[in-house]
Design a protein around this ligand. Structure first.
Ligand code: TYD
Length: 330
């Protein structure tokens, strides 16, 4: 019940009425049951079921798959780059060993597809003017990105070796409702709402291509329905903007001054720019994003303004220890 997975379940329940979904989740720090509080096991006429557990538990995954599952979508991941710099262990466990365990449990089954949710970070930084296509070399620069690249390679080898119908989607940075406030956009919004300073790494000119989470969810649905096994699909928004400008737009929406922005020590090995060439998904799936950055930021800000009961306990709880450790380092 992380950020993208919980949005996906809500979106698929709404737009794919023929689907039945089993949600296997370990509920780690960022996997908050409140992310799907509006959806209970048995909802949607029995179309949704929650199972508490770890994707590394092959026996449990096998048991679930035996229940007539025909598609696996792997959203399970430790995803915060800064945390991976502090401690890579959970990243290797969930992202690498967890993916392999899912692949092992899926081996030899008549699955329709195994969709692996990946990231543009596996390619490493894109030089100015270059948008990486799916064939670009993998040059991850953080433990998080390296663990996701490893997972992609394990998926592809499982396709080659065992014929597992693996489909990989590599998306750019997501944002939207229910994103844990350690990530840049919800961090900026919630710090601004609390009139607290907003940490900007380095010069703030790093570029990310912000994809509204619902656009990503629609693509994952299409990959479930029509992704070609063995193929990789880049998923982009086409909204490459420097971090400083994103923060500035959010401050305007929240009605707070730019003086809240505070330049802090840069993240080690901070990738300067991410940019993907998404011609393949546009051509094969007929997909192009529906949300502009302006629309998405407005909707996201509104959601955080309307849901302080969701993010306030997180910020005063688990998040505080991480924030103090990470942002006080030099
Ligand atoms: P983040 O949301 O961590 O995603 P990623 O590093 O996976 O792209 O960060 C997005 C961008 O915002 C990235 O360039 C780092 C930057 N950033 C800050 O400037 N300050 C912060 O406090 C955080 C968390 C991120």
């Amino acid at each position: 019940m992380g950020f993208i997975g919980s949005n996906f379940i809500r979106y698929a329940m709404r737009t794919r009425p023929a689907w039945t979904i089993v949600n296997l989740d370990k509920l780690t720090y960022a996997g908050n049951p409140a992310n799907l509080a509006d959806l209970q096991s048995g909802d949607g006429g029995g179309r949704y079921r929650f199972v508490l557990g770890d994707i590394q538990d092959v026996a449990l995954v096998t048991h679930i798959l035996d229940d007539g599952i025909d598609v696996v979508v792997n959203f399970a991941a430790e995803s915060h780059v800064d945390r991976s710099i502090l401690d890579s262990t959970p990243f290797l466990q969930t992202n690498v060993l967890g993916t392999q365990a899912l692949l092992d449990a899926s081996r030899g089954r008549p699955l329709g597809r195994f969709v692996q949710v990946s990231t543009d970070e596996v390619y490493g930084p894109a030089p100015a003017g270059v948008d990486f296509a799916e064939e670009a070399p993998l040059r991850p620069t953080s433990p998080y990105a390296a663990s996701k690249a490893a997972a992609d390679l394990l998926c592809l080898s499982s396709h080659k070796t065992y014929g597992t119908p693996v489909v990989i989607g590599r998306s750019t940075n997501n944002y939207g409702p229910y994103q844990y406030p350690e990530k840049f956009i919800p961090l900026v919004i919630t710090q601004a709402l609390e009139n607290e300073s907003i940490p900007i790494y380095g010069d703030g000119r790093q570029i990310r291509d912000w994809l509204y989470v619902e656009d990503h969810c629609e693509v994952v649905c299409r990959l479930v329905e029509a992704g070609q096994p063995g193929e990789i699909y880049n998923i982009a928004a086409g909204t490459g903007v420097p971090n400083y400008d994103v923060a500035d737009q959010i401050l305007k929406l929240v009605g707070r001054p730019v003086s809240l922005l505070r330049f802090v020590t840069d993240r080690p090995a901070h990738d300067r720019r991410y940019a993907l060439d998404d011609a393949k998904i546009r051509a094969t799936m007929g997909h192009s994003p529906a949300w502009t950055l302006e629309m998405g930021l407005e909707a996201t800000v509104r959601w955080y303004v309307d849901h302080p009961q969701w993010w306030r306990p997180i910020k005063s709880g688990e998040f505080r220890g991480f924030y103090e450790t990470w942002y006080s380092r030099q």
